[in-house]
Design a protein around this ligand. Structure first.
Ligand code: PEP
Length: 246
């Protein structure tokens, strides 16, 4: 399985930021892992133009249907036409800011796959859920509710992102990450014929200083990176660490 270093720029970036993608393309002309940058939707087309074929461009969300009266929303087909080959769905910021449920995330993931993109399905527990000892049951429920029908290892990626570790500088411990990724792997094997090959990313304050330790863990097939994906300077060593672990 080819590992995946995915960057989520969230609501950051104007055209100026495209130079970061140019730099990444030069530094990683032939990466040993898949590299993906998900800029804001406004930058997908110019990002695709700024990147070489070694860097994939993705989107951060999509609507569940392909067209209609949904002011302000963007369909998966539109994102793919703009240049996205993967779409993040169910990020915890979407789940909390926009009250997205597992059923909505599943429908969006199915729309992404239907449009020919890879669906990156995010899940993860809150601090309260972890402290209550319900992490494994929470992520199992999210996986069961969010996994798209028709999911295969080729069209679906899972990102485990503990909510309390996103953008906080707090990283889950290696034991915490390994425990959740193992539970997800077993569930995926149970639900899918090729569940052993589905990439499971860790996300939550990944940076150059902790990447090597995280990538050495079993069932960690890459990372979904927020803050540290905004500059080539910070994202490049994460890609290199993942290549070293491959
Ligand atoms: C994310 O945006 O999915 C994320 C994990 O952010 P950060 O790396 O900044 O914690």
């Amino acid at each position: 399985m080819r590992k995946l270093a995915a960057g989520n720029w969230k609501m950051n970036g104007l055209r100026d930021s495209l130079s970061e993608i140019g730099t990444l393309s030069e530094t990683h002309a032939s990466p040993a892992v898949d590299v993906l940058i998900c800029p804001p939707a406004t930058l997908i087309t110019p990002a695709r133009a700024a990147a070489t074929a070694s860097i994939a461009i993705g989107a951060q969300d999509c609507h569940a249907v392909s067209s209609g009266a949904h002011t302000g929303d963007i369909a998966a087909e539109m994102l793919v036409e703009a240049g996205a080959s993967a779409i993040i769905v169910g990020h915890s910021e979407r789940r909390s800011d926009h009250a997205e449920t597992d059923a909505m995330v599943k429908a969006k993931a199915e729309a992404a796959i239907g449009a020919g993109a890879i669906a990156i399905v995010c899940l993860g527990e809150t601090l309260e859920e972890r402290e209550a000892g319900s992490t494994i049951s929470v992520v199992a429920k999210q996986l069961a509710g969010s996994l798209p029908d028709g999911a295969t290892a080729a069209n679906t990626v899972i990102a485990y992102e503990p909510v309390w570790a996103i953008g906080t500088g707090k990283v889950a411990t290696p034991e915490q990450i390994a425990e959740v990724h193992e539970a997800l792997r077993i569930d995926l094997q149970d639900k899918m014929a090729d569940g052993s090959d589905v990439r499971i990313l860790y996300g939550g304050s990944v940076k150059a200083a902790n990447a090597t330790e995280i990538f050495a863990l079993p069932n960690v097939d890459g990372a979904l990176v927020g803050g540290a994906s905004l500059t080539a300077e910070q994202f490049s060593p994460i890609i290199t660490a993942l290549e070293a672990a491959s």
